[in-house]
Design a protein around this ligand. Sequence first.
Ligand code: EPU
Length: 419
Amino acid sequence: MKKLIIEGQRKLSGEVKISGAKNSVVALIPATILTSGKCVLEHVPDISDVRILIKMMEQLGSHVTFENEVLTIDNKDVKNVPITEEYASKLRASYYFMGSLLGKYGKAEIAYPGGCIIGSRPIDFHLKSFRKMGTEITDNDGRYEFVAPTLKAVDIFFDVPSVGATINVMIAAVLAKGTTIIRNAAREPEITNVATLLNSMGAKVHGAGTDQITIEGVKELGDGYVEVIPDRIEAGTYVIIGALLGDNLKISNVVTDHIASLLYKLKEAGVKYKVEDNTITISKANHIEPMTIKTTVYPGFPTDLGQPLSTLLTQCDGESLFEETIYENRLRHVPYLNNMGANIKAFDTKAIIEGPTPLKGKKVKATDLRAGASMLVAGMIASGTTEITNIEHLLRGYERIVDKLNKVGANIQLIDEEE
Ligand code: EPU
């Protein structure tokens, strides 16, 4: 079990460079299965989800090297073997092997996907789309079996835009027969990043990043190349930290458009920052106006930044209103914030946050990845010492977070209790 010990209230200055996006790379790696050629992915973050996906690819027969942020995947010897619970249950994104194995072989066997416990997280849109494409699916004691003698194109309309289902159907449709149309598609930048890789391999994907994506099926694919986009959630988390503790903190390698919803909210609330090219320079704001935040699909305020932002809301001058609309269980961190001195009343998916409240260091727990980020921000602004347990969740999504923060002035120790 790993934990963090944080000595709070350190000013932060210097530069933090944002890594490649977790939620892109976890789709890009399984997507490469579609080709028997070689794929090169640049700016790949060294996070535990990537390490697990590399093991899964190796189990399928891929030859993978990972050096200096470059992941090279050679799929000439790939075989369609079942993906077992041992790996599938470790991360949500294992569901992308459904689209890629089914697309390439017309068959797949995959244990249930895992991921953070932040809501019921059904995958019915994925399964319904695969069925429409001609797949028979058996739900067999903890694993799905997919069989599609011929995978055919589909014209589908999602009830709500889903990142995972959009990417999964896009991947499956690349080698399917005919032209697939995904309507009410999710528009997150990670989807465009996956389309870029697929098109570099020879796929014909149009409209990624809009709410209608068209995929003309092709017969085969060749080598692929993509640069992983900067992680917008990591960038947003450092911007939040900068607004609370920065002293001209520079956050580089940011696509500012990808976090526009956060930057505009902060600006309206009185936080000052400077944007130059892909770098944001930000300092601690002496006064932050309360905010009304409603998480929603891209380009709206991202659900993945709701929890880290809620810690900042405890420092606003007045009452902030917070509503999560994507997941049912994204407020599990609230009792820990209240234990540190926050004044938050949570009702299901809504919260009223009364600020400003000084926070005090306590023993707290990271209940999921972004809850871990919320606790980290809280520990960094609190007086005294904060101990965060269960931080494996946090390390899944933020590359070298302890090093990056200590380099700009934080005092955080990562302790491995098994040592
Ligand atoms: N939904 C369904 N049925 C489906 C799929 C989704 O009802 O078949 C619902 C979900 O329950 C949810 C909404 O649609 O209410 C949107 O879910 P989506 O499918 O977009 O989420 P996801 O693909 O499972 C990805 C990220 C999440 C991020 C969401 C939303 C990955 C691996 N995960 O999840 O990231 O919160 O999109 O942006 O890409 C995180 O990084 O902390 C994280 C949870």
